[in-house]
Design a protein. Structure first.
Length: 169
């Protein structure tokens, strides 16, 4: 293809994509999904996310028992095979000695870190076949996003999406 033709085609495509009012409705929905905030937008999403938070948190609590299948159950619920992401719950509690604004911020950061830790534990379990609550492995999370937040008393529960590829063990 000649460079002029390729330039014309690319220009037309860019103009088409930059004009949202000319886009088909399906494309507008898809592009707006990538720009959504991290909180559930409608009541149905809130209900689904709230139920998922409750289920995953219950399964996380069950992993501290002697049940050998507890990690497998948690992995099956928390890992989304369509998106190759973990949807995992983290808990954060406010430090009473911090100022009010710092309390909320640190609680949210602690909850997100807790969720990322759980995602790393699940990937470690899936790779090695054994559960570990001790720091015998090191992990780095390159990307994660908070999908939903729920407050119960002074505890903040967050539902975090962690792509499998962003967990480096």
């Amino acid at each position: 293809m000649k460079p002029v033709n390729l330039t014309v085609i690319l220009t037309i495509m860019l103009m088409f994509l930059s004009c949202k009012h000319d886009m088909p409705m399906e494309w507008i929905k898809i592009s707006s999904n990538f720009v959504k905030t991290t909180h559930a937008s409608d009541s149905m999403d809130s209900i689904r996310f709230d139920s998922l938070v409750t289920l995953i948190e219950t399964l996380q609590h069950a992993t501290h028992t002697t049940d050998n299948k507890s990690f497998e159950k948690l992995y099956k619920v928390a890992f989304d095979t369509n998106s190759d992401c973990f949807h995992i719950v983290g808990k954060g509690i406010a430090n009473p000695s911090f100022p009010d604004e710092a309390k909320m911020s640190s609680r949210k950061n602690a909850a997100k870190l807790n969720a990322e830790h759980w995602a790393a534990l699940l990937k470690y379990w899936n790779n090695s076949g054994r559960k570990s609550f001790t720091p015998e492995f090191k992990a780095q999370i390159l990307y994660s996003a908070i999908l939903f937040e729920k407050e119960v008393g002074d505890t903040l529960f967050v539902l975090v999406q962690v792509p499998l590829g962003s967990i480096v063990l």
